[in-house]
Write a protein that binds this ligand. Structure first.
Ligand code: EPU
Length: 776
């Protein structure tokens, strides 16, 4: 028995041997869906389950939709196996499924009936009075709006739309009480011409899906066929030239739009951030005023079509108005992911230049300060064909980060990537466009430039919304952190730590926080404890190597405010952890205190000096420490004197789990000339024996047997390099960044030095520099 041959066969060959409409809507069978996770297929599965069939499905991925369907009774397998065809009385396949799929192969061998998704859908529709919503852009929202208005109008419609629709409950529903069936017609694979609906709503026709169609004429042919096969009325957008031309000669037609000649004409449009006000005239007579609960001129346009259709079906204007006021968007259609007075994050499915332009106009009209966009091109074929059109579509975006192409089952086309879109946007005169080939870094790029008043928009039909969702989740935490640090403290997302380390390498901090007071520092510690967020404290970043994937969690930078203060009291100096050791040395000089001159030679801050028990010129930090004030893991403050503290060479264990706030150092009165002489000696030592280039100070601790610098020198490793990381020719224990080095290069060079020291001298070098963070 054969119902349909596979993809590509002429429609005339698929003369039904079986009355598929009857099979699907009046009988109960065992049906298998191949590619059931797809947005169209999952809707079909839902309808078939509701109709009482035993439904199984296979797909190479499982999704939230397949999980939901399994709860409704779908038997799901996350792989395609020939056996799936054995018990099935009908096999339905998605247009994304290839002809050599094992389920299809077996079904053909067993001569089982096979149907394409759209054939099954068209057959379901035949059992009802069908309404097809067709067009290049806006059909999901418009078909959802139609189903919603008909439902509120008491008509109990069944529906099938291409996305999850919160207000409808699901993407598809079979309602045996009603006669109407509202379906979104998919033009992407030519199956639109399978439908024979009672009414059709045509929104717009233009060049799209050029992977399937040769040109606009080929697209128009499919629409013309649908229009011809519509038994009742075609409702069409008179403002769209192609649509108007295609419908011009048809008898039963009703036009809608803004043109004076439109049968249903919209007027007095007033667009707001999240809704629009307008009124509709029917053949010159005012029907009334409307509030549409979704934003954007394009949605008003489509809503006029829905008003026309619903009115012609006999629904009272009041009911239509009430339902449009309550209408809610489909998922991924200007979907608000985060909203506050400070920030607004919106996701939209727009992927064609016309859609992008419309969505950006809507975003601009919201009235925030800037519109930042992350755009993921969808399909290589579309990127190539419409590359030039994309250039002008982003005029309403202040910044655009373009990812690589989402393939949607297409093989790559050489030379086609997100870069070609960026090149066109830049050629068009836009200065704010960048290409980010690493998808998982897109939220870093946008998040780090985020400023109060920004609207962030993710655009694309692939998975770009995932990047926006990550940003939204992180923004929730960032705003809580901001509430803790208050007006003067700073919070930034994804701050590049290469900006805050002397080595100038390192990925971003998920949350970068600059508190100004001990109290806010303590509160931050408690917040991280309660929220289970990793916490890392970073001072001047002089002894730090952060990996390229950055640091997860909160990075507290206690510099500025209380933390930079230096106070002299007799021969004691109290310094906040954010103060530079060098500044302590010079404060001591001004106060005539000697013994702290060596601090001049350390590039870090007091906090880092304490944590490392840093040293230079034969001295080390704790030789001068009198007291340390710190916060414990619960944010409680403690002060301990030197004799209560356990300190080692380049290590002060207390600060592994506690956080220093300030320290008191003691020197002794000394003549100014002596202090100046020692400071100059330190400067001279630095100048002559250490590199001026960017580094993290000494990389290795000095082993007992020989200073590390001397050892590395003797091993002949000076000037050896990996990429832009190089062992200094001035001092062997310094690795310098020649500009743009990565942490990975630094770490590889460190490993090479360690391996050589081990092999040639039997010495196990231990890093002094602190290595933290995630690999890229
Ligand atoms: N040496 C060589 N070749 C080299 C480097 C050094 O032969 O390429 C020899 C020197 O001639 C000297 C010995 O190795 O005889 C030790 O070198 P240096 O005097 O430069 O001191 P260091 O032990 O390498 C220590 C600190 C530095 C601090 C200096 C100056 C450690 C691990 N390093 O270096 O601290 O600036 O003393 O006081 O203790 C840091 O901790 O990051 C840091 C730079």
């Amino acid at each position: 028995m054969k119902l349909a041959s596979e993809k590509g066969a002429a429609l005339s060959e698929r003369v039904p041997v079986l009355d598929l409409s009857r099979f699907l809507t009046r009988e109960h069978h065992q049906i298998h869906l191949v590619g059931v996770a797809g947005s169209g297929m999952s809707g079909l599965a839902a309808l078939l389950i509701e109709l009482g069939h035993v439904v199984s499905g296979s797909d190479k991925v499982s999704t939230m939709e397949t999980d939901r369907l399994q709860r409704l009774g779908l038997r799901f397998d996350e792989q395609h196996l020939p056996e799936h065809a054995d018990a099935a009385e009908l096999v339905v396949f998605s247009s994304a499924i290839k002809t050599d799929n094992p389920v299809l192969v077996r079904a053909r061998d067993l001569a089982k009936p096979i149907a394409r998704r759209a054939e099954a859908l068209a057959s379901l529709m035949r059992a009802k009075r069908g309404i097809v919503v067709a067009g290049m852009h806006g059909k999901t929202t418009t078909s959802a709006m139609t189903a919603h208005v008909l439902r509120e109008g008491g008509l109990h419609p069944s529906h099938y739309v291409g996305a999850e629709i919160p207000i409808l409950g699901t993407n598809a529903h079979w309602d045996s009480r009603g006669e109407w069936f509202v379906a979104e017609g998919d033009e992407s694979d030519g199956t639109l011409e399978l439908f024979h609906p009672e009414h059709t709503l045509v929104l717009n026709v233009e060049e799209e899906h050029l992977d399937f169609y040769a040109d606009l004429a080929a697209i128009e042919k499919v629409f013309a066929r649908l229009i011809e096969q519509t038994n009742g009325t075609v409702f069409y957008n008179i403002d769209d030239a192609s649509t108007a031309r295609l419908c011009a000669t048809r008898k039963k037609r009703i036009s809608f739009g803004f043109s004076d000649t439109a049968d249903y004409r919209g007027a007095d449009v007033d667009l707001h951030a999240f809704q629009s006000n307008f009124c509709v005239y029917s053949r010159g007579k005012k029907l009334g005023d409307l509030v549409l609960n979704v934003p954007g001129q394009h949605n008003v346009h489509n809503a006029i079509g829905v008003v026309a259709l619903a009115t012609e079906l006999g629904i009272a204007f009041d009911k239509i108005a009430n339902s449009l006021r309550r209408f809610e968007h489909a998922r991924r259609r200007f979907e608000i992911k985060y909203a506050s007075e400070r920030f607004l994050l919106v996701d939209d499915y727009a992927h064609h230049p016309t859609e992008i332009r419309a969505t950006l106009e809507t975003a601009r009209a919201v009235g925030r300060k800037r519109v930042l966009t992350m755009f993921q091109p969808h399909r290589y074929s579309r990127t190539k064909a419409l590359c030039k059109e994309f250039a002008g579509a982003f005029e309403n975006a202040d910044r655009i980060v373009v990812t690589d192409v989402y393939p949607a089952s297409e093989p790559p086309i050489p030379g086609v990537s997100g870069q070609i879109i960026v090149d066109e946007i830049v050629r068009h005169g836009h200065r704010g466009a960048n290409y980010q080939p690493q998808f998982e870094r897109v939220h870093w790029d946008i998040g780090n430039t985020l400023d109060v008043g920004d609207l962030v928009l993710s655009l694309g039909a692939g998975n770009i919304h995932e990047q926006l969702s990550i940003l939204a989740a992180d923004l929730v935490i960032a705003e809580q952190l901001k509430a803790i640090v208050g007006g003067t403290g700073k919070v930034r997302l994804y701050e590049p730590l290469s900006k805050h380390t002397t080595l100038r390498v390192g990925g971003p901090a998920q949350f970068w926080v600059e508190p100004q007071t001990e109290n806010t520092f303590a509160e931050l510690i408690r917040f991280c404890r309660d929220e289970n967020l990793p916490l890392f404290v970073m001072g001047r970043g002089s002894n730090l190597l952060v990996r390229d994937g950055g640091l997860r969690g909160v990075v507290i930078h206690p510099c500025g405010g209380d933390f930079d203060k230096i106070e002299v009291n007799g021969s004691e100096i109290t310094a906040g952890v954010g103060a530079k050791l060098r500044e302590v040395a010079y404060a001591a000089k001004t106060a005539g205190i000697g013994g702290l001159e060596w601090m001049e030679g350390i590039p870090g801050a007091v906090g880092g000096g304490l944590r490392m028990n840093a040293g230079a010129m034969g001295a080390q930090t704790f030789e001068n420490v009198v007291r340390v004030r710190y916060l414990d893991a619960n944010g409680e403050a403690h002060t301990k004197t030197r004799d209560e503290l356990d300190v080692h060479y380049r290590n002060f264990p207390l600060l592994e789990k506690n956080f220093a706030v300030s320290a008191v150092f003691r020197g002794q009165p000394a003549p100014l000339e002596e202090i100046v002489r020692k400071l100059e000696a330190s400067q001279e030592k630095r100048r002559t024996s250490q590199p001026a280039a960017k580094s993290a100070g000494c990389i290795f601790k000095n082993p007992d047997s020989c200073p590390a610098g001397k050892l590395i020198d003797e091993l002949g490793l000076k000037n050896s390099r990996i990429g832009k990381a190089r062992v200094s020719e001035v001092h062997g224990n310094f690795i310098v960044n020649d500009g743009g080095a990565t942490a990975a290069e630094m770490l590889e060079l460190i490993d090479r030095i360690k391996a050589t020291a081990r092999a040639k001298r039997g010495i196990e070098l231990e890093t002094e520099v602190q290595i933290v963070g995630e690999p890229a």
